[in-house]
Design a protein around this ligand. Structure first.
Ligand SMILES: *[C@@H]1O[C@H](CO)[C@@H](O)[C@H](O)[C@H]1NC(C)=O
Ligand SMILES: *[C@@H]1O[C@H](CO)[C@@H](O)[C@H](O)[C@H]1NC(C)=O
Ligand SMILES: *[C@@H]1O[C@H](CO)[C@@H](O)[C@H](O)[C@H]1NC(C)=O
Length: 308
């Protein structure tokens, strides 16, 4: 390339860069400090290159980090990012514009991070497959706008996952805590549509839940997917009760209650949205009555087809 052409390219690059910088709002200093600290403390500087090419988390060089046009960090997706350690609660507290935090499939330890004051705009928290052991008290109160929560496949030593404050998350649309060693009476609170009017998806499979599901569970609510299958209770108490609770769940599309102790089959023919039911290996009896075309698995219920 001739010298003038090279010069022209340099001028164009410099102009484009400074024009870009001039139009963008500078990154919030608290957000930048918090993200730099997180980059160091979780190993993201090494594994995701955070802070390596630019110390500015909104520079576009921080993999999985997105910012709004006000210079605030709005989304962190470090799923399968090779991260470890703890996400410092003080750092999280600074990220007051955060909407989405996905830390799934990493090696985070100890407690879930709980900010010192509520993060009013946070809607998505995904902590699946990590090595957390505890959900701190008041955790859910810190996320009053929470819509999606996922914490599957974590061996929580604090098995009473659901502190009462989960009811402060009245915008919840999806709550997923499969296989977290939850050893507790079934949390019927989720079936209260005045507390969770937006709840569409509830997954609590493969825990140690016991007790009965209330007959009016999910009544007048929006739940369309519910998986409470395969509770492996360590005592003799099992999850069961009358399967009739589903008859109030008009929006139900897919139900999984397999490998529990549910009793008589309900008449579910009016549940017109129903597509799939897995109720294998329970204590069911009676004549199956489901809408035509529903995929129903009732294997391992010797008394199905017989009178109860
Ligand atoms: C992150 O680590 C680098 C290198 O060790 C250090 O210079 C920097 O001050 C640290 N930043 C924060 C916010 O801890
Ligand atoms: C984070 O990124 C992964 C991989 O690209 C994606 O599957 C996941 O849906 C993202 N998380 C969120 C909350 O968007
Ligand atoms: C549902 O929650 C509301 C509000 O807390 C409460 O008044 C009501 O008694 C609850 N309903 C059931 C069936 O527990």
């Amino acid at each position: 390339m001739s010298a003038p052409v090279v010069f022209l390219i340099i001028v164009l690059v410099v102009c484009a860069t400074s024009w870009g910088a001039a139009t963008a709002v500078p990154t919030n200093a608290d957000d930048a400090a918090a993200m730099q600290s997180i980059a160091n403390s979780t190993g993201a500087a090494k594994s995701l290159g955070w802070g390596v090419r630019s110390l500015d988390p909104c520079a576009g060089t921080w993999s999985g980090v997105r910012c709004g046009d006000t210079g605030r960090v709005t989304s962190i997706n470090a799923s399968r990012g090779g991260l470890t350690g703890m996400l410092d609660a003080a750092d999280l507290s600074l990220l007051t514009s955060l909407v989405e935090l996905d830390l799934s499939f990493n090696d985070f330890r100890l407690e879930l991070p709980k900010p010192s004051q509520p993060l009013a705009g946070l809607r998505t928290l995904d902590f699946r497959s990590n090595n957390f052991v505890d959900i701190p008290d008041g955790f859910f109160s810190s996320f009053p706008a929470l819509e999606m929560f996922a914490i599957d496949d974590i061996d929580l030593s604090d098995a009473l996952v659901l502190k009462d404050d989960v009811a402060t998350c009245s915008d919840l649309r999806s709550f997923s805590a499969n296989n977290v060693n939850m050893n507790d009476v079934f949390p019927n609170i989720f079936g209260n549509a005045s507390l969770f009017p937006e709840l569409e998806s509830l997954s609590l499979a493969r825990n140690q839940l016991w007790g009965v599901i209330d007959l009016d569970f999910g009544k007048n609510g929006k739940i369309n997917f519910q998986d409470v299958g395969a509770q492996h209770s360590i005592s003799d108490s099992k999850l069961g009760g009358i399967l009739r609770f589903i008859t109030g769940m008009e929006n139900l599309v897919e139900l999984r209650v397999d490998h529990n102790s549910f009793g008589p089959l309900p008449d579910a023919t009016h549940l017109v949205n129903l597509r799939s039911v897995n109720a294998a290996a329970n204590d069911l009896c009676g004549i199956p009555k489901f809408p035509a075309g529903t995929d129903v698995d009732l294997d391992g219920n010797p008394n199905v087809g017989k009178e109860c």
